[in-house]
Design a binder for this molecule. Structure first.
Ligand code: FAD
Ligand code: UQ1
Length: 477
């Protein structure tokens, strides 16, 4: 243990075994008020942290918390659900009780990628640094979780650190599997192909759309659960609108090949979308699953899921791929997984079915509702309330109804705002028919939702529209 003296500021440092965080290179670092001869401004301390190489460190949280390997509340994953729950748990428990394990330097608002792929927003505007969205008072453990051991209440990170917890919230998202399609991901090195599902390939969608000359524009939907199941067709409607705007639509066949037996799971919105595809002369082929991309020849191979072995080759001038998706591999490899590998939680209270001190939120779970950020918002409010109860030794009483939402962008200025529950019944916020294409809803998707996300959901202040729905429907059936 040594004391580093910097004029009047003395900083203690020492070596911990095992190291607590890769950001600290094996050292813990603490500034005790007793060593401060005068009140030090936060920015001076932050500069000190930085000069010591602790770039991501925010003084009042990360530095001090880094020495700890135990948290009352440990959150795995710093995406939509992880940051929202980090903020809510900090509100509930106070500073230094909560940590979020997240390896990525950047946090993305993924719903904007639909618009970025069609040139209506930039990819840069969808991202902020993880350090800027990490709630203050919450420790950011900048590592990858490698193993979850709920029998010992510990997780292990990729640098070998073991972190123990009292309560665990799993928010690890899902995994994309481009590699399950023959010819991908290397096919993305060729032009004419893109995907709004990954930050690296969104701009390729926009390039393919701009470079479209004539022929088939093909859009796929895989044979797995996906996040935001509306997104694979949103980019198709935007592409249709772009080709009309640029006078190329007459030379284009727009083709939507989906593995599903329906265009959308909720009949009310499916009916509206069938009207849109008919009106725009879009060809929809159901039960068609993309299995191979021959990017050098601009060919996409689809299998007919109802006739095993039957395949069709589509020549394309633009191809948008929605990749197969699956459970997070760390969840899948842990005792927390169900048979398919998803986090096995109670669909009403979001508590793990076997480990009562473990909870789940978002895309990593087996909640039987489409995986969306809107769903995450509603789940965050339920989880907040239920964890509060459990900490008081009371029964978790708030029930998640499966609320999820999908703003189905049908052009550069219209949206059908689908909102529904576990029973696939519409659960609409506004007392108007949301199955109608509306400009107001486009404005909400493009300009209001991002603020609601960054300033509401991620700050733990937005738990979905339920209270507003009730208010707006007052006096109505
Ligand atoms: P994520 O936000 O994906 O976060 C998971 C986090 O876990 C990530 O930060 C990841 O780095 C981290 N992680 C993974 N593995 C590890 C590990 N081993 N250790 C530590 N951390 C790890 N939703 C809507 O509501 N409306 C929309 O219009 C909409 N449109 C979309 C359009 C597109 C193109 C896409 C891709 C998504 C869209 N979504 C939409 C879905 C929405 O973005 C997700 O459902 C939401 O982000 C899920 O939040 P999550 O926290 O579960 O997962
Ligand atoms: C929502 O709450 C949400 O999470 C922040 C989204 O994700 C971006 C959405 O797309 C939607 C539609 C909602 C629901 C909000 C309202 C006001 C209907």
């Amino acid at each position: 243990m040594g004391i580093l003296s910097c004029r009047k500021i003395k900083v203690r440092f020492g070596r911990l075994s095992p190291p607590v965080s890769p950001a600290l290179h094996g050292y813990f670092f603490s500034v005790s008020p007793k060593y401060l001869a005068f009140p030090v401004k936060k920015h001076i301390m932050a500069a000190l942290c930085r000069s010591a190489g602790f770039g991501a460190c925010r003084l009042h949280t990360s530095c001090r918390a880094s020495a700890k390997q135990h948290y009352k509340m440990l959150v795995l994953g710093g995406g939509s659900g992880g940051i929202a729950m980090g903020a809510r748990m900090k509100m509930m428990l106070g500073a230094d009780k909560v940590a979020v394990v997240e390896p990525s330097e950047m946090h993305y608002y993924q719903p904007l990628w639909t618009l970025a792929g069609a040139g209506a927003k930039t990819i840069a505007s969808s991202g902020r640094t993880t350090s800027s969205v990490m709630p203050s008072g919450v420790k950011w453990v900048k590592s990858k979780v490698q193993e979850i051991n709920p029998d010992t209440n510990t997780v292990r990170t990729d640098d070998g650190t073991e972190i123990s917890y009292e309560y665990l919230i799993v928010a690890l998202g899902l995994q994309l599997h481009f590699e399950k399609i023959k010819g991908l991901p290397e096919g993305f090195d060729h032009p004419k192909i893109g995907s709004n599902y990954s930050v690296e390939t969104v701009e390729k969608t926009w390039a393919a759309l701009q470079n479209f000359k004539e022929g088939n524009a093909v859009f796929s939907f895989p044979n797995t659960p996906v996040k935001c199941p509306g997104a694979p067709q949103k980019i198709m409607y935007l592409s249709d609108a772009f080709l009309r705007k640029t006078g190329k639509r007459a030379r284009a066949n727009i083709i939507y090949n989906t593995s599903l037996p329906v265009l959308f799971a909720v009949k009310k919105y499916a009916d509206a979308l069938w009207d849109v595809v008919k009106e725009r002369d879009i060809k929809v082929n159901l039960r068609q699953n993309l299995i191979e991309v021959r990017a050098d020849k601009q060919e996409a191979v689809f299998e007919n899921l109802d006739k095993p072995g039957e395949t069709t080759v589509f020549q394309y001038d633009m191809l948008h791929v929605t990749p197969p998706m699956g459970p997070n591999s760390v969840v899948k490899g842990s005792p927390l997984a169900d048979e398919a590998g998803w986090l096995d939680v109670d669909k009403e209270n979001l508590q793990h079915k076997k480990y009562p001190n473990v909870f789940g939120i978002g895309d990593c779970t087996n909640l039987p509702t489409p995986k969306t950020a809107a769903g995450v918002a509603a789940q965050s409010a339920v989880l907040h309330r239920n964890i509060e109860k459990i900490l008081k030794n009371e029964n978790p009483d708030k029930k998640y109804d499966g609320y999820t939402s999908c703003p189905l962008v049908t052009s550069y200025n219209t949206v059908v705002l689908a909102e529904f529950d576990y029973n696939l019944q519409p659960l609409e916020t506004f007392p108007i028919n949301q199955a109608k294409e509306r400009r107001l809803m486009y404005y909400m998707k493009a300009d209001v939702m991002p603020h609601l996300y960054w300033l509401g959901l991620l700050k733990g202040l937005w738990g979905g529209p339920e209270p507003y729905r009730k208010l707006l429907h007052l006096g109505m059936k």
